[in-house]
Write a protein that binds this ligand. Structure first.
Ligand SMILES: N[C@@H](CCC(=O)N[C@@H](CS)C(=O)NCC(=O)O)C(=O)O
Length: 155
């Protein structure tokens, strides 16, 4: 059966980039659909609203018509479905757990700083920038060797 793989995204988001990189690393052919604007619900596409009705966020991966939401879950799905290619996650449960922990941290903390850097000005923006760099340093000191984390952070 011919596979249909569609990734819904928006240019500014690093989680979207990590999904695209994971698909490229695995050699999966996919179609990328860019949202016009994800910051206002009224500007989101019907496809996004129907595919991710709970969070209404990108990235979403649609595999043979079935949507998978949230980047970490998507990355794990990609790793399991296209398992014949290079592994994204370590087989070792400990390293896999650490990678998931740090990706979750990256998602919550860096996305939050990124949003504040993007949406604010002056002192608040400077504070968010500083916090962002501190987070990156913390991640670098901890675990940049894990393949999946490298993917999440390349974006
Ligand atoms: N935990 C989510 C976060 C994704 C996320 O923050 N997406 C933003 C991209 S700018 C979004 O779609 N925001 C739309 C909204 O907040 O309504 C993931 O890892 O996929």
């Amino acid at each position: 059966m011919e596979e249909e793989v569609v990734a819904l995204g928006y240019w500014v988001n690093p989680n979207v980039m990590s999904v695209k990189i994971a698909l490229l690393e695995k050699g999966v052919e996919f179609q990328y659909k860019e949202e016009k604007d994800v910051f206002e619900d009224k500007n989101k596409s019907e496809l996004l609203l129907n595919s991710n009705p709970i969070h209404k966020k990108v990235p979403v991966l649609i595999h043979n018509g079935k949507p998978i939401c949230d980047s970490l879950i998507i990355l794990e799905y990609i790793d399991e479905v296209w398992e014949q290619e290079k592994n994204l996650f370590s087989y070792d449960p400990y390293y896999k757990a650490r990678a998931r922990f740090l990706i979750d941290f990256f998602d919550k903390k860096l996305n939050d700083c990124g949003k504040r850097m993007w949406a604010s000005k002056g002192g608040e923006q400077e504070g968010a920038k500083k916090e962002f760099v501190e987070c990156l340093k913390l991640l670098e000191e901890n675990e940049l060797g894990v393949a999946l984390l490298d993917i999440a952070l390349q974006s």
